[in-house]
Design a protein around this ligand. Sequence first.
Ligand code: F6P
Length: 343
Amino acid sequence: MRIGVLTAGGDAPGLNAAIRGLGQMAFREGHELIGIANGWAGLAGEFSGRALHPEDLSGVVGQGGTILGTARYDLDRPAGGRERVLRTINDHLDALVAIGGDGTQRISNWLADRGAPIVGVPKTLDNDLVGTDYCIGFDTAVSIVAESLDRLYTTAASHHRVMVVETMGRATGWVAAMGGLAGGADLIVIPEFPITLDQIIAHLVKRRNSNNAFSIVVVAEGINLETLGGVEAGGVPTDGIGGVRLATRGVGQFVAAQIDAHGGFEVRTTVLGHLQRGGSPTAYDRIWATRVGAAAYDAVVAERFGMIPVVRGSQVELAPLAAVAHGQRQVPRELYDLCAAFF
Ligand code: F6P
């Protein structure tokens, strides 16, 4: 079989481990692996596929980013991109494995509905794909947030400051909540459980009155500014597929400025940004990315197209693409309450 593989949307640590997991299984059984460059862009225009060989996958398990390149590529503007991708798949490949988040899996699902031999693989450091307990990149992002908080803790404590730390995560608060829990945050503000500015200040005052002269406040990039008394600016820049570039809203800076304006606190802001996406994956991401990559191979040879390997508990299972392509998995109440028990 000629099995194509692409990575689409934002990169995430662990993508190469998944490509390697898929490829290693395919090579063992004599199949071809065709690497598609730059996500859907590599199928919408001239076919960008090139044969990968075992040596291309050697040494990549611990390498961040994606050896295939990726892109946020809009197949609908101008219209007709999806149809071109469908034709290219039918002309050049026997199967395609599409590694990506909800946007990627929505397109995969559309293609599968039209007969394309597609299998997905769940990737997003935002961890917001429904129907799976694991998404490639999330564990590494959480580890980076936790390590950053450890580092900010010593300087915050030395200077008796409030450190506001902005994390990625889009519309959900997984990275902020789990990174904050692991790093001992003193307050975590996420979209799922909005709090007001008065509640933030009251919490910091309470901490100061109980001899905690410093605080670390983690805010998720997707929190609603209006809940905090801010104004959502119009004309926020968007990315290649029309998604709002949340980091440009500056929510960390906004929260810090409000705390500063209250008086009585010395405040600094750290925006962790793309540090959360770069560099080497954790062992956990390497192992699970390998497992879902290998499971995607099993699905391909079994011709279980229109499916995606997901993790439930400690098992990899197959789910229909349609089941993960819509909606967002949110941080549940009990997990946020656990975080809040340490505020
Ligand atoms: O979806 C992953 C993510 O890292 C989000 O957390 C973040 O908002 C976005 O991508 C940033 O995208 P870009 O690299 O295109 O600016």
